[in-house]
Design a binder for this molecule. Structure first.
Ligand code: C2O
Length: 608
C-alpha cells in the first residue's frame, strides 16, 4: 500500500551525524560504480547512471557528479532511479514517496543570496542585510500567552496602536532588518529562489517554502518574528500587542477588514484589486483568470455558503491525514517544485485569498501586491491573512485523532533564518514551531461555522450502491488540460470496512501537473459528476481544487513548474454512495487558457 510519507525515513544525516544506512548507500555507490573499468570514482565522487541534472556528461551515459558537501547535491531522485536500474535492472519511476537519503532543508547562507528576476519589470534584490553571527532560537522563559484577535472584533485603541506599530516599522532605516520593506523581502527571498540550498549553487536547488510541507511552519515563524518586532516597537503603548487574524472563513470576516482600507494609513496598500473592496465578500474558490469583470451573478448568501463548503471540503473531509493537510516532503537536494505538492489549505483557501486581494494581472501587473508571491509581503494585510492560515493549522489538529504534526525528522529538523526584534539573526527549526502556546500566543475563540458545512447531496445522477461501472475511454498522458475532461480511475479496493477507512484514507493523486510558474492556475476536481461539472464547492461532487499563486522567479521567464495535488476522498465517496464501486469518474474543470497545463497521471492510493 502506498504511503505518502516514507516512515521512518532511511536515515538522518545532517544533524545527527551520518547514520549507517546513508553511509552504506554511499559506500555502495563508491564500490559499485555501474561503469566501465576505466572510470574510477575518487573519494567524494559518486557514479550515477542517467543523471539529468547539471553534471559532466561522458560518452558512456554514466555521469560523475561532484558533490559539494557531505550529502552530495544533486537530485536524489535522479540518483535513486540510477541506483534502481543498477541494482534491479528496473526502470521504476521513483518519486519522493520513495526511499531517499534523508536530509532536512537547512538554514540558507545569507552570503549566497542573489537577486530574483520578475517576469515583467527589473530584477529585484530582496536579500536581507548580512550578518555572520547566528544564534539558535530559544523559547522565552515563562512566556506570557497572548491572544491574537480576529480583525473584525478589534476596538479603536487596538487599531490605533496597530497602525502606530506599522508606522514605526516603516520609519526604521532602510537597512534595518526590522524595517517593513525588509520584512516584506523575507517572503520574496524564501519564495522566489533567492537562496541556494546550503551546499548547492545550482539554480534548480533553491530554498522554496511553498508547495510542500514547509508551507505551514515557515509562515508561522515568519509572522511570529514580524509580530515580535511590531510588539517591541510599541511596548510603550501596548505591552501585549499581537497581530490580528483576518477571519475570511467566518461570514463576519469575509470582507477586507475596514482598517486596512483607510487611505493614508500605514496599513493601506494601493496595489489591491479595486473591485474587491468592502462590502465585497471574498471568494475562496476564486478563479485567478476570471478576476475581472466582476462576477455579479452570485448573491452574498451564495458566496458565504460556497466559502463555508469549500472550507469544509479542504479542512474537514479532504484533509484527514498529515500528508493531505501539510503537503509533500521536500528535503535537501530535492529540486525546487519538482513533484512535491502543497497541502489542501495551501492550494485553497490560501491561494484564492492572495489572488483576490491583489490587483488583476495585466500587461503591467504581475498581480501585485498580494497576488504574486514575490510582492505579497508588501501588503500589511498579508500578515493577517497568514495569521488566519496559521490559525487553521491549530484548528485542524483538533479535528480528529489522525490529525497531528508530521513526525518525519526531515520536517522537524528543517531550518529557517529570521532577524528578531533585537536584530539578532536567529536560526529556527520546524520542531520548535508546533505549539503556539510555547511561542507565546493563541487565537481568539470565534465561531467556526464551516465545521458542519458539509455539502448535502443536491441531486444524484449516480445510482447509489449500484456498483456502477463507468464506460471506459482510454486517456492518454500527458494530458493537456484544455477543456473539461472526465477520467475513469480505478480504486485499489472497494467496499472497505469502517476500520479500514479509519486506518487509511483514500487519496486521489493528480500527478505531474506542469505549467509555467508565473501563471495563476486553478482547476476544480469533481467525483462522479455526470452533469456538466460546474457548481463549485456547494456541490457534493466537488472534491477540491488546485490553485497556484504566481511566483516570479530568478531566471524567471519561462520557468516550468511540476507539482502534484492530493485529495482525500473517503468521506466524499460515502456521501456519493460510491463505496462499492470499482472505479470513480474524476472530472477536472480547468480555468485557464488553452495550452497552459498538462498532467502526467491520475491515480487513487491509500494514505495511513
Ligand atoms: Cu508564502 Cu501566502 O504565501
Amino acid at each position: 500500500m502506498a504511503s505518502l510519507y516514507p516512515s521512518p525515513p532511511l536515515s538522518i544525516t545532517a544533524n545527527n551525524g551520518a547514520s549507517g544506512t546513508s553511509l552504506s548507500f554511499r559506500s555502495f555507490l563508491l564500490k559499485n560504480p555501474k561503469t566501465k573499468a576505466s572510470k574510477v570514482a575518487k573519494p567524494n565522487q559518486y557514479y550515477v547512471s542517467r543523471v539529468s541534472c547539471k553534471a559532466t556528461k561522458d560518452d558512456n551515459n554514466d555521469t560523475v557528479v561532484e558533490p559539494t558537501n557531505d550529502l552530495g547535491i544533486f537530485d536524489r531522485r535522479d540518483m535513486l532511479i540510477g541506483l534502481g536500474a543498477g541494482l534491479y535492472g528496473t526502470t521504476a519511476t521513483l518519486t519522493n514517496e520513495s526511499l531517499s537519503l534523508a536530509a532536512p532543508i537547512l538554514a540558507p547562507d545569507l552570503s549566497k543570496c542573489h537577486q530574483v528576476d520578475p517576469v515583467k519589470g527589473d530584477p529585484i534584490n530582496c536579500c536581507p542585510p548580512f550578518s555572520s553571527k547566528i544564534i539558535d532560537f530559544k523559547f522565552p522563559l515563562n512566556p506570557k500567552v497572548k491572544v491574537r484577535p480576529a480583525a473584525h472584533l478589534v476596538d479603536e485603541t487596538y487599531i490605533k496602536n496597530y497602525k502606530e506599530a506599522v508606522r514605526r516599522m516603516k520609519a526604521l532605516p532602510a537597512d534595518d532588518p526590522r524595517n517593513f520593506t525588509q520584512q516584506a523581502n523575507i517572503h520574496c527571498a524564501y519564495c522566489d529562489g533567492a537562496y541556494p540550498q546550503p551546499g548547492s549553487s545550482d539554480a534548480d536547488h533553491v530554498v522554496q517554502v511553498h508547495n510542500s510541507w514547509l508551507f505551514f511552519p515557515f509562515h508561522r515563524w515568519y509572522i511570529f518574528f514580524y509580530e515580535r518586532i511590531l510588539a517591541s516597537l510599541i511596548e510603550d503603548l501596548d505591552p501585549n500587542f499581537t497581530i490580528p487574524f483576518w477571519s475570511w472563513d467566518n461570514p463576519k470576516g469575509m470582507t477586507i477588514p475596514s482598517f486596512y482600507t483607510e487611505l493614508d494609513s500605514p496599513l493601506y496598500d494601493t496595489l489591491r484589486d479595486p473591485n474587491n473592496q468592502p462590502p465585497k465578500l471574498v471568494n475562496l474558490n476564486l478563479d485567478p483568470e476570471a478576476k475581472t469583470p466582476v462576477d455579479n451573478t452570485i448573491t452574498p448568501e451564495e458566496q458565504v455558503l460556497s466559502n463555508l463548503r469549500l472550507m469544509y471540503t479542504q479542512l474537514v473531509s479532504g484533509s484527514k491525514t498529515p500528508s493531505l493537510f501539510f503537503g509533500d516532503p521536500i528535503r535537501a537536494g530535492d529540486k525546487e517544485n519538482l513533484q512535491s505538492g502543497g497541502g489542501s489549505v495551501e492550494s485553497s483557501p490560501h491561494g484564492p485569498v492572495h489572488v483576490w486581494t491583489g490587483r488583476p494581472r495585466s500587461e503591467s501587473s504581475n498581480g501585485e501586491d498580494m497576488g504574486n508571491l514575490y510582492s505579497a509581503g508588501r501588503d500589511p494585510i498579508f500578515y493577517s491573512h497568514h495569521a488566519n492560515v496559521d490559525r487553521l493549522w491549530t484548528i485542524w489538529k483538533g479535528l480528529g485523532k489522525n490529525r497531528r504534526d508530521i513526525q518525519d525528522p526531515d520536517w522537524l529538523e528543517s531550518e529557517f533564518l529570521f532577524y528578531d526584534e533585537k536584530k539578532n539573526l536567529v536560526r529556527v527549526k520546524v520542531k520548535d514551531s508546533l505549539d503556539t502556546k510555547k511561542l507565546g500566543y493563541v487565537y481568539q475563540d470565534v465561531d467556526i461555522p464551516w465545521l458542519h458545512a458539509k455539502p448535502s447531496p443536491q441531486k444524484s445522477n449516480v445510482p447509489k450502491g449500484s456498483n456502477k461501472k463507468h464506460s471506459h475511454k482510454e486517456t492518454k498522458f500527458p494530458l493537456a488540460l484544455d477543456s473539461i475532461v472526465s477520467i475513469v480511475v480505478k480504486r485499489p479496493k472497494k467496499s472497505r470496512s469502517k476500520e479500514e477507512k479509519e486506518q487509511e484514507e483514500e487519496v486521489l493523486v493528480i500527478e505531474g501537473i506542469q505549467f509555467e510558474e508565473h501563471f495563476g492556475i486553478k482547476f476544480d476536481v469533481y467525483i462522479n459528476d455526470e452533469d456538466v461539472a460546474l457548481g463549485g464547492p456547494i456541490k457534493t461532487e466537488f472534491a477540491g481544487t488546485f490553485v497556484h499563486v504566481p511566483h516570479k522567479h530568478k531566471h524567471g521567464k519561462e520557468k516550468k513548474m511540476k507539482t502534484r495535488q492530493k485529495f482525500g476522498i473517503t468521506e466524499l465517496l460515502e456521501d456519493l454512495g460510491a463505496e462499492d464501486d470499482e472505479s470513480v469518474l474524476v472530472t477536472l474543470v480547468p480555468m485557464f487558457k488553452k495550452g497552459r497545463v498538462t498532467i502526467e497521471g491520475i491515480k487513487i492510493v491509500f494514505d495511513k
